[in-house]
Write a protein that binds this ligand. Structure first.
Ligand SMILES: Nc1ncnc2c1ncn2[C@@H]1O[C@H](COP(=O)(O)OP(=O)(O)OP(=O)(O)O)[C@@H](O)[C@H]1O
Ligand SMILES: [Mg+2]
Length: 240
């Protein structure tokens, strides 16, 4: 597996330090993440794998600023961001992060193109530019010709590719994906992974959670999570 990433200098883009997440419901405390420290490197395709309940989604949500950790620090391009105010976090997410979820999270009333345009318009792009970026992005995931299809007029795999197109239309610095293949048959899952790999080959940093080792074969590095702790790391960049 020869990838552009191997030739690049490996600079950390996101650094997680002693991250702890404890959920408190009434007098019950659930210690889900137990002091995780990890660097995510620019341009890498990082996989996070572990059994159900290991804390994978919780970890992804903390590091991608969708949730606030109980303690610990997160540095994005050298700046501590877990403690910045909500407004700034929203801007950071909107401008620099992209998200893909297992259930696609598309708006059913909007076409593929409109689903992608919406966050671009929220970000302040004008309509023409938003449409141009949406179409370019749909082309990148192999969905030219499906601009006007609503989600119910697309297969599950195609819907997930629209959600990938939406996640990368604003050229985020990091793409976070939580089980992007979970609801798909193996052929559609392969196509989604192909799209992710092709984005990664163009330099996109990707962090992908999965519970299926089969889907980590395109990753540069695989973090094994169990019971809220990193229990192993496979560094596939070292294998040529
Ligand atoms: N809001 C919450 N309140 C209390 N406990 C929670 C909360 N969210 C998650 N948990 C608990 O944290 C643990 C880890 O959940 P998480 O969703 O991160 O697991 P996961 O590794 O993503 O699992 P899966 O593969 O099934 O998606 C689980 O035991 C879950 O019950
Ligand atoms: Mg999960």
């Amino acid at each position: 597996m020869k990838k552009a990433f191997q030739k690049k200098e490996k600079t950390p883009i996101l650094q997680v330090r002693e991250l702890v997440k404890t959920f408190v419901n009434g007098d019950i405390e659930t210690h889900v993440l137990k002091s995780i420290t990890l660097d995510i490197l620019e341009g890498e395709f990082l996989g996070i794998i572990g059994r159900s309940g290991a804390g994978k989604s919780t970890f992804l949500y903390q590091m991608s600023l969708l949730d606030t950790p109980t303690s610990g620090e997160i540095f994005f391009r050298g700046r501590e961001v877990s403690s910045i105010d909500e407004e700034e976090k929203t801007l950071l997410r909107l401008n620099h992060f992209g998200y893909i979820f297992q259930d696609y999270a598309l708006i059913p009333e909007l076409t593929a193109e409109e689903n992608i345009m919406l966050p671009l318009l929220m970000k302040g792009e004008d309509g023409e530019q938003a449409q141009r970026l949406a179409r370019e992005s749909l082309q990148r995931v192999g969905l030219e010709g499906k601009y006007h299809n609503r989600p119910n007029q697309l297969s599950g795999g195609e819907q997930q590719r629209v959600s990938i197109a939406r996640a990368v239309a604003h050229t985020p610095l990091i793409l976070f994906a939580d089980e992007p293949t979970a609801n798909l048959d193996s052929q559609s899952a392969e196509k989604v992974l192909e799209v992710l790999l092709s984005l990664n080959k163009r330099g996109q940093t990707i962090v992908m959670v999965t519970h299926d080792v089969e889907y980590t074969k395109s990753c540069d590095r695989i973090i094994h999570l169990d019971d809220g702790v990193i229990v192993g790391v496979d560094n596939l960049m070292l294998i040529d």
